[in-house]
Design a protein around this ligand. Structure first.
Ligand code: ZN
Length: 354
């Protein structure tokens, strides 16, 4: 018998603010984690925040171990190594401290081992901090894997504000791209009868609008801007928790970014690439693409491929490749079927290439 169930796993506690890292012990205590924790972090983020987290948890009487991941790009090997550590130490909770990579490794390894996971982001460059999905490299296609929702998110603005502003602008790019991903999801629903959760889509869309409405706060060193961004990123994560899919937050603009990752790995940040994709895909959708571009420009995210050193030809290639990497994801690219000529024109008319 098949049951028509919709199961949503949501974070139970989300704390955003200046100095909120101090509350990590409290958070663990409230959730009943009072004996043993494992921190998963990187070398740099260990100094930035993880050592502090460790001290704070030890002050609460917890036994704390720390697993330091050395690679910058998360692979299945890193996840398996983290799983072995969890298996051996059997912590009550795994605390992921870091940017996207370390959070993803902690999220996926804890999910595989059935341990709850707390997310302590040290960067805000994309929407993974509160989502139930992890992005892992080295698989046959770039995709996000279902892991688990964090049971708590502790995002300290006084920690994250220290990263170069480029990462914050990139986070804005990832959120602004929800104008397009939500359209693509609706399109897939209308054309392919795909499951569509209006509430999840609205929440993702609201996050993008939140950035537009508060765009003047975004400048280097602005804590108000960072707070707006963190709220938006958490909402995006919750939208994916509610939808049970990454679709509210990942459409044709993300496919373009995935294609760029295959063609020129590590050229630009995820949110920067999604932002460029969002400009072009909004034109394909017949939306007001100039508004998307102007918002990106105002927050300081790149609006041309030149700004991030991606050659024009690579942009055209990525546009052509985008619809083929995840064929099961129906987007505007399936409707428009770009040719080399129309892809070039799209990139050129939107000013992404010159
Ligand atoms: Zn993204």
């Amino acid at each position: 018998m098949s049951l028509n169930l919709h199961r949503m796993q949501l974070p139970r506690e989300v704390i955003v603010g200046n100095g909120c890292l101090q509350l990590i012990g409290d958070v663990c205590g409230n959730l009943g984690f009072d004996k043993k924790a494992l921190i998963i972090t990187g070398k740099i983020t260990n100094h930035i925040a993880a050592q502090k987290v460790s001290e704070l948890l030890q002050d609460e009487g917890l036994e704390v171990d720390c697993h330091i991941v050395s690679s910058d790009i998360p692979t299945l090997d890193d996840v398996m190594q983290a799983e072995e550590v969890i298996e051996k130490l059997k912590p009550q909770v795994v605390v992921g401290v870091g940017g996207g990579t370390k959070i993803d490794i902690a999220k996926l390894s804890s999910a595989h081992k059935g341990a709850p996971f707390i997310s302590v982001p040290t960067s805000a460059s994309h929407d993974g901090m509160a989502s139930p999905f992890a992005s892992i490299k080295g698989l046959d296609k770039p995709s996000s894997i279902k892991a688990q929702s964090p049971i708590a998110v502790v995002a300290d603005t006084s920690v994250i504000i220290n990263v170069p502003y480029r990462f914050i602008a990139s986070g804005c790019g990832d959120v602004i791209s929800k104008f397009i991903s939500t359209r693509d999801w609706k399109l897939a629903h209308e054309k392919k009868k795909e499951y569509y959760a209006r509430y999840a889509a609205s929440l993702a869309l609201m996050s993008a609008q939140h950035i537009v409405e508060n765009v003047d706060f975004f400048k280097p060193g602005s804590e108000e801007g960072l707070r707006v961004l963190l709220e938006a990123l958490v909402s995006c994560g919750v939208a994916m928790c509610i939808g049970g899919t990454s679709k509210p937050c990942s459409g044709s603009e993300h496919l373009f970014s995935h294609a760029l990752d295959l063609l020129s790995p590590n050229q630009a940040l995820h949110g920067e690439q999604c932002g460029l994709g969002a400009i072009m895909m909004s034109k394909l959708h017949g939306m007001e693409w100039e508004t998307v571009r102007d918002t990106l420009k105002k927050v300081g995210a790149p609006v041309t491929a030149r700004e991030v050193g991606i050659p024009a030809e690579r942009v055209v290639e990525a546009l052509l490749k985008a619809s083929k990497i995840l064929p099961e994801r129906y987007t505007i690219l399936n409707e428009k079927q770009l040719t080399r000529k129309t892809a070039y024109e799209l990139a050129k008319t939107t000013g992404v290439i010159d």
